[in-house]
Ligand binder design. Structure first.
Ligand SMILES: NC(=O)c1ccc[n+]([C@@H]2O[C@H](COP(=O)([O-])OP(=O)(O)OC[C@H]3O[C@@H](n4cnc5c(N)ncnc54)[C@H](O)[C@@H]3O)[C@@H](O)[C@H]2O)c1
Length: 378
């Protein structure tokens, strides 16, 4: 049994949304051990949280620069091998860049950076470093999303002609209508989030899902935003018409003010022979729409699924797996790459996904601001 991969965590403290998802995911397949961290910018909070979750405090550092400095003094076989970056967006670029420059592998939350320019610099830095870089577009880790990708690749629905991805949340609705509350959310601060709230935070997942499942690239888009209030500079809602390779057309709809919606990410891909539809809130059902046959429902763990899908399933059919398992599948793919083992390119999103995500975000903003015009992705 290979030794566990030594994992460092940046951000993701007890006060965070995403920290627990990464910690649990890293444990699920027995591949990683958390050996060092800066969970919070405040050192006392950082130490207290490490104690609470029983991570040894000897490698809990006061800040990111100290983590790099101290880890580099350690022999290579003790040093952190991969760091997960789970901070607000503006810290992803400086952290990832320095980690790569010092030879670390990186697992980075999305959006990978706050600008396309930074994303390109990071891509160049990774080329020099030659290490592993994963971007956690979590939803690509679900077995039935992987199954969707493989079925489309095999031509089960024929030539794709229409895509429709929707990512609707409502939790920002009460915040946007309260001027005081708006200032308390980093996602509404362009210095911390980047130039977009809705497309940068959730639209980018929908964009990634469209490219992941179809294997096609978005070539151009036209976007319309709603900022809700004149004094709010961040988009709260947006719709992008997209044109993809091979004359595929579609729409990416995202909203943070879809009142009452929880985490409603839904993707539908239609081809000449049928359609495939998946909903994040019911992730173990993949619907195959047939014309004129009845609807079929695919479920995880059955032998009729693809290897990529089955590799992401741990239990027999009927034992529901969820978001923790989806993220664990991405960690599993990254572990294979870090160990130099073979893996399928669909096992984790890469630097290329991160770069394209930033291009998408910037293009949606450019399209809206220039009067809803078509903008090319290249
Ligand atoms: N993959 C997904 O589905 C998904 C879901 C939610 C969030 N995210 C992404 O995860 C990232 C974090 O989002 P969140 O909702 O957990 O944010 P959050 O505000 O809930 O948590 C951020 C954490 O980072 C810590 N932090 C802040 N500055 C730091 C610093 N200088 N050094 C170390 N730690 C620091 C905070 O103390 C906190 O623990 C964002 O980039 C977000 O886009 C991804």
């Amino acid at each position: 049994m290979p030794k566990k991969i030594r994992l460092g965590i940046l951000g993701g403290g007890g006060d965070s949304l995403i920290g627990v998802l990464h910690r649990v995911a890293s444990f699920i397949n027995d591949n990683y051990e958390i050996v060092g961290a800066v969970f919070n910018p405040n050192y006392d909070d950082n130490l207290a949280f490490a104690e609470e979750i029983d991570v040894p405090t000897n490698r809990i550092y006061k800040d990111f620069d100290t983590l790099i400095e101290e880890e580099m003094k350690l022999p290579e076989d003790e040093r952190i091998q991969v760091c997960s970056i789970l901070t607000p967006n503006f810290l992803h670029f400086p952290m990832a860049k320095k980690l790569l420059e010092n030879g670390f592998n990186v697992i980075c939350e999305k959006p990978m950076t706050t600008t396309y320019e930074e994303a390109l610099i990071l891509q160049e830095t990774l080329e020099k470093a030659g290490t592993v870089f994963a971007v956690t577009h979590t939803y690509t880790g679900y077995p039935m999303v992987r199954q969707m990708r493989e079925m489309i690749k095999e031509g089960v629905i024929g030539k794709v002609h229409k895509v429709d991805a929707q990512y609707y949340q409502g939790w920002m609705n009460p915040i946007i209508h309260d001027k005081e509350k708006r200032g308390t959310v980093w996602r509404l601060d362009p210095k911390k989030a980047g130039i977009s709230s809705c497309m940068g935070d959730i639209g980018v997942h929908a964009f990634n899902m469209v490219e992941f499942t179809t294997g096609l690239q978005v070539q151009s888009l036209l976007c319309d935003f709603n900022y809700m209030y004149d004094d709010n500079v961040m988009d709260m809602d947006g719709t992008a018409l997209i044109r993809m390779d091979r004359n595929v057309k579609g729409v990416i709809r995202a909203s943070q003010v879809a009142t009452g919606e929880e985490n409603n990410l839904t993707i539908a891909i239609y081809g000449e022979k049928g359609g495939l539809k998946w909903e994040q809130e019911n992730p173990n059902y993949l619907y195959k729409l047939n014309d004129p046959e009845p609807l079929q429902v695919y479920k995880p763990g059955h032998a009729y699924n693809s290897k990529l899908s089955l590799d992401g399933t741990k239990l027999p059919p009927g034992h529901p797996e969820g978001i923790f398992d989806a993220m664990a599948n991405i960690y599993l793919g990254a572990a294979k790459a870090i160990r130099g083992e073979e893996y399928n390119s669909g096992e984790f999103p890469t630097m290329m996904d991160g770069v394209r995500g930033l291009k998408f975000i910037e293009n949606t903003v450019a399209s809206h601001k220039q009067g809803n015009i078509w903008v090319d992705m290249d």
